[in-house]
Design a protein around this ligand. Structure first.
Ligand code: ARG
Length: 588
């Protein structure tokens, strides 16, 4: 019996390979001349795999068309079990037979992991979300949270060890003014403002007092010194800022249903003690130099400033304060030496591209990491409004994320009332949450991450197109097919698949691609690839369902086979959405 491999095209190539070998041997053509030519067909629907004969013309002294026709004529009937072979325009086209597809689909059906292998385990640190204390968490942090969380889920599913690192901005000079503002307001009032997420106005008030009052500014500067020096009372006040902001961030995380926990918080402040060590180790490797009073490193790759001068990474400022870069270097040391990570992943917006390139470069120069480690900046674009500007509230402020998410849930509720008025109010509110939150997450995930995307309520909540509600609806529809039949999915163990119709075959082939798509999504840290796949799967399910009667069929065997295809589709959609961090309601 032939085993199942990662991707059905790879399995198909493996299965037909010996037949090609025999045919080419009879033509006297060496294996290396043709073996790499056999690959996936470029146009879906033409065939599954193809072998272009154009490069064989000179060796065989015939036209590509003649070669391909001759090759096809040499194939014995044996291959018919596996694939049909034909020729067109100088290509040998190979299409899997139904029986071969049936066999492959049976393997996947019987596997809870739907054919996805467990990888050799590596250890990842995934740095994501990372909002800043006493500052509004903006749509960029939302995007980092959603993409990062999906990457964590995918890596865990592949069997890796994953550390979630929430590198919150909880340290630095602004804390002087924030603490002074907290004292002015009174601790209780300040805590209240922060805890409900009025972070933007808190920060702005502090900033404006800093700019307008010399006395406030000087108090703030003294406060920074006290904070850096570890003054107890100052630290106590600082902790209020951190914990009240975290209370708000945690509200957002819980509405979003992400994996992040308090124990994942590794804010900038937690690297404080490592900073002198960073300076020490950079000094020992002779790469730290003094430039205008600051401690800087010139990376191997050259970055130029506006005047055309070489740009260094500033590690410690003139006033002795450490920079963002110093903290990130400390992070690398911590993640590699304490956590033993092999892979460092940073889900942070594109504007920080240069920062990460410099940091990775310096970490290699200083020996904090080696070529055994992979460091990747998983960058992403901005979230824009309909006019192509950064998404803001009507008043021009940063949008409060809890408001945005609750708006999505109420809009989803309106969509469901329209679609299925019979749902009980209780069910409706549960489903509305899954759809509303799913829609926002999916909008973030389904755009290729390096691109900006336009935030559009109608589009993301639509039941048509590449949206979460469309996929959730496809899943719920399959659940309702089962509830209409008297055959529960659990009774379908070891089903015999019968693939007859075109739409059925296309659906089956799409189902076989799942494991391959998961690999591809992880290698590129690109959840949009999984989204595109799930969308194409749901579309081929729709045309299957339209053209191939499932329950209204005379033949009991076909009913069972088609129900099994329905079940496998719903399991694939559910698992795929789960890996994106999105729920699949059974009714909607
Ligand atoms: N807090 C930063 C910001 O809001 C993001 C931190 C990203 N992670 C890091 N290790 N630098 O821009």
């Amino acid at each position: 019996m032939r085993g199942h491999e990662v991707c059905y095209l790879k399995s198909l190539i493996r299965d037909v390979y010996p037949f090609f070998k025999e045919v080419f041997a009879s033509l006297g053509l060496e294996e290396e001349l043709w073996s790499n030519l056999l690959g996936p067909a470029t146009i879906e629907g033409h065939s599954d795999i193809a072998l272009p004969c154009h490069s064989l013309s000179s060796s065989l002294r015939k036209s590509p068309v003649d070669i391909s026709e001759h090759i096809v004529s040499l194939f014995s009937d044996d291959i018919l079990n596996i694939a049909k072979v034909s020729s067109k325009n100088g290509f040998v086209n190979v299409s899997a037979t139904s029986s071969w597809i049936e066999e492959q689909i049976s393997y996947i059906f019987a596997d809870d992991r739907l054919g996805v292998k467990i990888d050799d385990s590596r250890t990842f640190a995934v740095d994501y979300s990372a909002p800043n204390v006493a500052k509004e968490m903006h749509v960029g942090h939302l995007r980092s949270t959603v993409i990062g969380d999906s990457i964590v889920r995918l890596l865990l599913f592949k069997g890796h060890t994953v550390y979630r690192e929430n590198h919150i901005g909880d340290w630095g000079t602004p804390f002087g003014m924030l603490i002074e503002h907290l004292l002015d307001l009174g601790e209780d009032k300040a805590a209240k403002e922060l805890g409900v997420g009025d972070l933007d106005s808190f920060y702005k008030q502090a900033r404006s007092k800093f700019n307008s009052s010399a006395d406030f500014a000087s108090r703030s500067r003294n406060r920074v010194v006290l904070l850096q020096g570890g003054d107890k009372e100052t630290l106590r006040l600082w902790k209020i800022l951190v914990s009240e902001s975290m209370r708000y961030f945690n509200d957002v995380y819980s509405i979003l249903g992400v994996l992040l926990k308090d124990s994942d918080i590794k804010g900038e402040s937690s690297y404080h003690d490592l900073l002198p060590i960073v300076i020490d180790r950079l000094t020992k490797t002779n790469i730290l130099v003094n430039s205008n009073g600051a401690d800087v490193v010139f990376p191997t790759k050259k970055w130029l400033n506006r005047e055309g001068g070489e740009m260094p990474a500033i590690i410690r400022k003139k006033d002795g304060g450490y920079n963002y870069s110093a903290t990130d270097l400390a992070c690398i040391i911590d993640r590699i030496e304490r956590l033993n990570c092999t892979d460092l992943v940073y889900v942070v917006g594109t504007p920080q591209k240069q920062h990460f390139e410099m940091i990775f470069d310096i970490a290699l120069m200083a020996g904090f990491m080696s070529d055994k480690h992979n460091a990747t900046h998983v960058n992403f674009g901005s979230v824009l409004n309909q006019n192509g500007k950064i998404l803001k509230s009507r008043e021009g402020n940063t949008i409060k994320l809890v408001d945005l998410l609750s708006e999505s849930v109420s809009r989803a509720e309106a969509v469901i009332i329209d679609k299925n008025p019979n749902l009980s109010p209780d069910e409706r509110s549960k489903v509305a949450k899954m759809i509303g939150i799913g829609a926002v997450k999916y909008a973030d995930l389904s755009t290729e991450r390096s691109k900006d995307y336009i935030f559009d309520w109608d589009k993301m909540l639509s039941l048509e197109g590449n949206t979460a509600p469309y996929l959730q609806y496809a899943h719920a529809r399959i659940c309702s097919i089962f509830s209409k039949s008297d055959i529960p999915p659990s009774s379908l163990s070891n089903p015999i698949f019968i693939i007859i119709d075109k739409e059925e075959e296309l659906l089956a082939k799409r189902l076989l691609l799942f494991s391959n798509i998961i690999e591809d999504t992880i290698i590129n840290y690109s959840p949009h690839r999984l989204c595109n796949y799930l969308h194409s799967l749901a579309s081929s399910f729709a045309s299957f369902y339209e053209n191939c009667p499932v329950l209204k069929n005379e033949d009991e065997k076909i009913i069972k086979s088609r129900l099994a295809l329905c079940d496998l589709t719903s399991r694939t959609l559910k698992l795929g959405l789960e890996l994106l961090g999105i729920d699949s309601p059974e009714k909607m």
